[in-house]
Design a protein around this ligand. Structure first.
Ligand SMILES: *Cc1c(COP(=O)(O)O)cnc(C)c1O
Length: 228
């Protein structure tokens, strides 16, 4: 069942790309496995899916330990990172999408073990300005990106957003387009970003139309999550 859902999601990505004249390979699929057991991840890996996103750091690390025998898995931290969790992230994950403060980035760089590749980083941007939301304000993204880009054990890859659900496709596309414009602006300033992490199960088509390069898909692959 997970294999079939992955195929369906890949087909949705391909269709969305075709509609706006983009190659299907220009959008990476991150399977968001939070709350699902290691067995579900193993099933997805069997179907060829290797990149997984986890929100809860401890839970993610437990799954990594349980799946050590599977080669080639890539783990992305997509949940909030508090200061007391940076070491776990730095020692276990391949990517983190949720850096929104220099302090956290500095700790991640300092704690990244020397024998691991640099930690790939996206800066989370509060693109629609929700007051209670994580993410740097769009106006502060350039300065934070420049500072993160200088940290030796991090590799700045791009931006990540989690906009509020929009009422329709056009509204969703417009919000995603403002993230894409910010991404293009940072690249015009020389940041060399290649990853724009945006779009989830309900809005992946709008995100791709606006220029997302990585969609983070949970429900459409693994099913609905039990309420917390
Ligand atoms: C849970 C989650 C997702 C996946 O959401 P779905 O709607 O289940 O596809 C993507 N990104 C983040 C940051 C999440 O927390």
């Amino acid at each position: 069942m997970i294999a079939a859902q992955i195929q369906d999601v890949r087909a949705r990505i391909a269709t969305a790309c075709a509609r706006c004249g983009r190659p299907a390979q220009s959008v990476a699929l991150l399977a968001v496995s939070k709350t699902f057991a290691a067995q579900a991840v193993a099933e997805a890996a069997q179907a060829g899916q290797l990149a997984f996103g986890e929100n809860y750091i401890q839970e993610g690390v437990q799954k990594m330990d349980a799946l050590r025998h599977l080669p080639g898995l890539q783990w992305h931290c997509i949940g909030p990172v508090q200061g007391n969790k940076t070491r776990l992230v730095a020692e276990h994950f391949d990517w983190v999408h949720t850096v929104d403060r220099l302090k956290i980035a500095e700790r991640l760089s300092a704690q990244r073990p020397a024998d691991l590749a640099p930690l790939h980083v996206c800066i989370q941007v509060n693109i629609d300005g929700g007051p209670a939301k994580s993410g740097v304000a769009p106006a502060d993204a350039l300065a934070l990106a420049r500072a993160v880009a200088t940290l030796p054990r991090l590799k700045l890859r791009g931006l990540m957003t989690i906009p509020e659900p929009a009422p329709d496709f056009e509204a969703a596309r417009a919000v995603h387009a403002s993230a894409r414009a910010l991404f293009d602006h940072l690249n015009a300033e020389g940041l060399g970003l290649d990853t724009l992490s945006m779009g989830m199960s309900d809005d992946l088509e709008a995100a791709i139309a606006a220029g997302s390069t990585m969609v983070r898909i949970g429900t459409a692959i693994f099913g609905s999550r039990a309420p917390k």
